[in-house]
Design a protein around this ligand. Structure first.
Ligand code: ZN
Length: 676
């Protein structure tokens, strides 16, 4: 509004009289009631086997062409669902917007469909009298540019997730819906999946299964592929942009073999018949890390093998996703398991599902030697410092961050450290580190989180169903290992707000968080690989290597100077921005006591900013305080102690036939945590 118009309105307002007509009440509507239009899922078998055929043979435009055939038992209303609440995403994020060209037919005749007004993932049709089968056709449109979503098809490879290329009938548990699926891949390509298949050329027919297992069994395929056996039943299936990216050295593959060995040793069981790391090395395919029972979808940038020494942070992905086969897929919070993908998930158990997986991911990368112990300690320091420097913890308890997959759906945030994000991952790690240290302290060194791993995740070797649990089950298992007021401890860690991160796990296990003016090798790798400049623990500022601000810590010197995400630092002390110039300015200001001068571009405006900060460069490290070997959880995995008698013990790792028997050192017939 311009100034003249504003003046005219002001004049009007001061002279206009209210009309003297009779007062009419404002209209007040009543809500239109909802009606139940979608059948509730029932635990009963679907009558007939659904077929799904996907033509993914033309990669030029990212199209997955789907035809489905669904036997039907009777005429009348029927509802089909597109998967909405996706396991591993913990949110209603099924990519419905990429479904196009949807047609339902019966006996060749097109049937009209309507979308449900409340649940837009549901389609209603009317099955005509005499129809035996409903045929469905649609195209799933992979993003062709990353601003549309995840790119799932490139000229060299594709990532096929069955939830994107199928509809399923409402009214049934998904485990009760039989399904047979085929995929036609581009000629000459090789495909991998946790679900067995028979291939004829590039056409793959997958073993008949149920819809829940199918959704849990994505595929990858590509022009350049290679498979490595990591154990008798675990495989590293690699698809890469170029053939040279497949050139892993024997030492690199040995490290991955030790990951499998150490993980199985730790949990004492395997919840799969076969397991496949579906590993894509690409700069073009959309990134991913997604867990499944018998596989994981693991995406890395090019250089994973060929630039091995600079890829340390990237090597946490496989230990994390593999751990999920135990923590998350086999054992799952009861409220996160749903009978179909339409029923909402409740995420409060993610501090175990993701938090303890994060814990084991780092422990197992060190135990296997996939990442050195020193780099792992530096990674811990990085996590500990970042979470200690999160002002959002003063208003938002950890448990509330488990809602973030639903609230934020991983959109970028402006004030992450004040809003908090999916903190249950890394702060979950800190909590479990503290649990480990308490188990060690309270038991005089006899018990540790390894006992929890075997007692909670290691039962029922070979079972790759879903065994659900509640918070009470977690507390009961901990108490079975070592009596302590676990309920009160966890309640405080999960539900209280606090000014500092829970770092007692490190101090109890012999380390303390310190800051020096030299970044660790691990932090240097992060800065290099992700093009970041990290001044979060000094100025309270993170940028990319061009000066674009990516982080401002709430109430930090950078915050008080008015910086925010979206600004770009164009100059430091009058000279063009570079990481070295910013770091030198922070270092110099410590001694010369003059403010750090930045020229900042915010939209079309340039502003001169002076930050009166003289604390110097600060980078986090863990400093050893205890005697001897103190990074206790990082040690080699536990030595299995199993005997024939112990095989009778319920709910522990000794049920695993894969672990060689060894004489027991304990007088008890059952290992700790087992209930005879
Ligand atoms: Zn995870």
């Amino acid at each position: 509004m311009n100034r003249t118009a504003l003046a005219a309105l002001t004049l009007l307002a001061s002279t206009a009289a209210f009309p003297a007509t009779a007062q009419i009440d404002n209209s007040k509507p009543q809500p239109v009631p909802f009606s139940e239009t979608i059948p509730t899922p029932v635990d009963t078998p679907y009558p007939g086997t659904i077929t799904i055929n996907v033509d993914a043979s033309d990669t030029s435009q990212g199209l997955f062409k789907v035809t489905q055939s669904v036997p039907v038992a009777k005429a009348g209303p029927m509802t089909f669902l597109y998967p909405k609440w996706l396991p591993g995403h913990h949110s209603p994020s099924g990519p419905l917007d990429k479904v196009a060209g949807l047609v339902f037919r019966a006996g060749g005749q097109v049937l009209p469909w309507t979308r449900d007004k409340v649940d837009v993932y549901a389609y209603h049709i009317d099955v005509p009298e005499g129809a035996k089968t409903i045929d469905i056709a649609f195209t799933f449109l992979s993003a062709t540019k990353s601003n549309q979503g995840r790119i799932q098809m490139t000229p060299e490879m594709l990532s096929l997730q069955w939830n994107t290329v199928s509809l399923y009938p409402a009214g049934y548990f998904t485990r009760g819906i039989p399904v047979a699926a085929t995929v036609k891949y581009p000629a000459g390509w090789t495909a991998y999946s946790g679900l067995p298949s028979n291939a004829t050329g590039s056409s793959y027919a997958y073993q008949q299964t149920d819809y829940e297992t199918l959704i849990d069994s994505p595929t990858i395929a590509g022009k350049y592929t290679r498979q490595f056996a990591l154990s008798d039943r675990v495989f590293l299936d690699v698809v890469a942009d170029t053939p040279d990216e497949l050139e892993a050295t024997p030492e690199q593959i040995d490290a991955h073999k030790r990951l499998v060995e150490q993980t199985v040793k730790t949990f004492g069981s395997q919840h799969y018949d076969n397991y496949h790391f579906l590993f894509t090395i690409s700069d073009n395919l959309g990134g991913i890390g997604l867990e499944h029972h018998r596989s994981s979808e693991d995406g890395a940038d090019t250089g994973y093998f060929t630039d091995w020494k600079n890829q340390v942070p990237a090597r946490n992905l496989l230990p994390h996703e593999y751990t999920h086969s135990w923590d998350g897929k086999f054992r799952r919070p009861a409220e996160l398991w749903t009978p179909n993908y339409s029923v909402p998930m409740r995420d409060s158990g993610l501090w175990v599902y993701e938090g303890q997986t994060q814990f084991w991911g780092y422990v197992l990368q060190a135990r296997s030697g996939l990442v050195s112990k020193e780099d792992t300690l530096d990674a811990y320091a990085y996590i500990a410092a970042n979470y200690d420097n999160t002002p959002g913890r003063q208003w938002r308890p950890l448990i509330d961050t488990t809602n973030d997959p639903i609230i934020s759906q991983r959109r970028p945030k402006g004030w992450t450290n004040y809003q908090r994000s999916e903190d249950y991952y890394n702060e979950g790690l800190l909590v479990w580190m503290e649990v480990d240290s308490i188990l060690r302290q309270q038991s005089g060194g006899k018990k540790s989180i390894d006992d929890f791993a075997r007692a909670f995740f290691g039962m029922r070797d070979g079972d790759w169903g879903v065994l659900t649990y509640t918070l009470d089950d977690v507390v009961a298992t901990l108490n079975g290992i070592q009596p302590y007021d676990w309920a009160a401890f966890l309640n405080e860690r999960l539900n209280d707000t606090s000014t500092h991160a829970p770092l007692a796990g490190f101090t109890n296990n012999g380390y303390k968080l310190v800051y020096t003016d030299e970044p660790s090798a691990y932090l240097k790798a992060i800065q290099k690989n992700y093009h970041r400049v990290d001044a979060t623990h000094s100025l309270g500022l993170g940028t990319d290597d061009k000066g674009a601000v990516s982080t401002v810590i709430w109430n930090s010197p950078a915050f008080k100077a008015g910086l925010d995400v979206g600004d770009t630092i164009t100059a430091v002390g009058g000279a063009a921005f570079s990481a070295d110039r910013l770091n030198n300015a922070i270092r110099d200001a410590k001694t010369d006591k003059t403010p750090i001068r930045l020229l900042v571009q915010a939209g079309d405006l340039y502003k001169d900013i002076a930050i009166d900060y003289h604390g110097g460069l600060r980078y986090p490290h863990l400093e050893k305080t205890g005697k001897g070997e103190t990074a206790r959880p990082l040690r080699d995995g536990p030595v299995p102690v199993c005997s024939k008698e112990e095989d009778q013990c319920v709910s522990t790792w000794c049920r695993s036939a894969t672990i060689p028997p060894k004489a027991s050192t304990s007088s008890s017939k059952c290992p700790s945590g087992a209930s005879p």
